[in-house]
Design a protein. Structure first.
Length: 146
């Protein structure tokens, strides 16, 4: 049986999507020591980046012009090669109805603005752990099917 490797946290690629560059900058400063950070300023740009270089996790603003975060998430989840990427919504919305829309669009979690760095890091850590476990299970399944 071969050694099982799981990606280290510093290899995890996070795509931060927000139409306000200052918000991307703030999140980048919070996370760049531990993760590879990529950025997009629109939903369309995010989808294009995901198709060319899929991230491990997406932090997605809800309110954006043209293609908002909810619509962007729905489009990502419709593409089989991208549907597995967890999406954490970053939002200023606080109503239960708005939360439900995020969950129904395929979101894995959400964080409220203004972003609390400790909360964001813990939410990301949870999604990374789930991602690593899923990869480990896939690898074990592939090895057992040999």
């Amino acid at each position: 049986m071969s050694a099982i490797s799981t990606p280290s946290v510093d290899k995890i690629k996070i795509l931060v999507v927000d139409d306000q560059p200052v918000n991307i900058q703030i999140i980048h400063q919070m996370l760049n020591a531990d993760y590879q950070i990529f950025m997009a300023t629109s939903g369309a740009q995010a989808i294009s980046l995901c198709q060319s270089n899929p991230p491990d996790l997406i932090l997605l603003d809800v309110v954006m012009p043209e293609l908002d975060g909810v619509a962007t998430c729905r489009l990502l989840k419709q593409q089989p090669e991208l549907a597995h990427i967890p999406v954490i919504f970053v939002t200023g919305m606080q109503s239960q109805e708005e939360e439900v829309v995020c969950w129904e669009a395929g979101g894995a979690d959400f964080v409220l603005k203004p972003v609390n760095a400790v909360t964001l890091k813990h939410r990301i850590k949870t999604q990374v752990k789930l991602l690593q476990q899923a990869r480990l299970l896939q690898q074990l399944g592939a090895e057992n099917n040999c």
